[in-house]
Design a protein. Structure first.
Length: 163
């Protein structure tokens, strides 16, 4: 990502905040808290669903899978801190009103989300499993729903028994 693109993506993400300058200062440290709903919504995905869909827990394999499963770009945060391990797919604003796919929760507009600065693409801490490529990079909600269905199907498959 070029410096110009990084700046454009940072400005777009920061513009979701009531005080964009504050978000930019937070990005300087690494993670900014920004509200969902105006510039993007976010779908919280349990890691087991994403890993099952990707058939891997390896970060590079998951990143390659996400790039393929979410065509046209998009942006997905991986947050492995805390009790649960989550992925957050950024989707178009307004998705919350129509999200119905069980297994992934679309965050209510106004939910504060920890968003890594655009160049954080590896641990430690939250990072971009699929970084935004341009300002406004969001995943198609349908593609995220398809990913959830695939992951759920793979999680619930019964291994074949050999006699």
């Amino acid at each position: 990502m070029t410096d110009r693109t990084t700046r454009a993506v940072t400005d777009w993400l920061a513009s979701a905040h009531d005080v964009p300058a504050q978000a930019r200062r937070e990005f300087d440290v690494g993670i900014a808290l920004v509200p969902t709903g105006e510039k993007f919504d976010a779908i919280r995905l349990p890691a087991p669903i994403v890993h099952a869909a990707a058939s891997s827990e390896d970060p590079d394999a998951v990143a390659a899978f996400l790039a393929e499963a979410l065509p046209g770009g998009g942006a997905v945060i991986h947050d492995a801190y805390g009790v649960g391990v989550w992925y957050y797919a950024l989707v178009p604003p307004g998705t919350y009103a129509n999200w119905r796919a069980p297994g992934g929760e679309c965050l209510r507009p106004g939910t504060w989300l920890g968003v890594p600065r655009p160049d954080l693409t590896a641990r430690p801490g939250p990072y971009w499993a699929l970084p935004p490529h341009t300002a406004g990079s969001v995943c198609a909600a349908k593609a995220v729903a398809d990913l959830v269905i695939l992951g759920q199907n793979r999680l619930h498959q019964t291994p074949e028994r050999t006699p």
